[in-house]
Ligand binder design. Structure first.
Ligand code: K1U
Ligand code: ZN
Length: 172
């Protein structure tokens, strides 16, 4: 297992529409293992494969609190089958948009199908943070970031901050 580098916006790779996984094999499981290790090292609660530069429809997540045992979740080829009309506004962050948070409104509940770590077909109905995180991560698979839901003014301000942080890091 390895901690991989997380791509930070602005970066054209984060705009990629990721490809479905044909078979959940050893390579897919090794990718999910690395993604979880990367996510835990960054203290995140979710990660999409494109955030480590792999354009495959793979997500990992762990919503356990610090005082609970780890609850790693794996989603391969996730698809939203249904979403509620009711909306829910929640502050979101992103490991590819470090240290910047803002409120995004999304459907409060979703039902999704996906393949698990063993390649078995699964369906879940999600609300709360699981629904928020699942929609946020599926957006990554479609090349969408949470900042894309904000006003152009806010988004451009955030992108300028990220660009400046990258320049400072490169000259440090
Ligand atoms: O997609 C990602 O980069 C993961 C992202 C998931 C997410 C968080 C909040 C709302 C929607 C989606 C993160 O994990 S951001 C980091 C984070 O949640 C966190 C970081 C430090 C302390 C506590 C939380
Ligand atoms: Zn994100």
């Amino acid at each position: 297992m390895a901690v991989r580098e997380i791509i930070v916006a602005p970066d054209p790779r984060l705009k990629t529409v990721s490809e479905p996984v044909e078979r959940v094999d050893g390579d897919t499981r090794a990718l999910m293992d690395d993604m979880l290790e990367t996510m835990y090292a960054a203290r995140g609660i979710g990660l999409a494969a494109i955030q480590v530069g792999v354009p495959k429809r793979v997500i990992v997540m762990d919503l356990a609190r610090d005082d609970e045992p780890p609850q790693p979740r794996h989603f391969v080829n996730p698809e939203i089958l249904w979403h509620s009309d009711e909306m829910h506004a929640q502050e979101e962050g992103c490991l590819s948009v470090p240290e910047l948070w803002d409120t995004v409104e999304r459907p409060a509940r979703v039902r999704a199908r996906f393949l698990d770590y063993d390649g078995e077909k699964r369906e879940i109905e999600a609300d709360g943070m699981l629904a928020v995180c699942l929609q946020h991560e599926i957006d990554h698979l479609n090349g969408v970031l949470f900042i894309d839901y904000l006003s152009k003014l806010k988004r451009n301000m955030m992108l300028r901050k990220l660009q400046k942080a990258k320049r400072l890091k490169a000259t440090a």
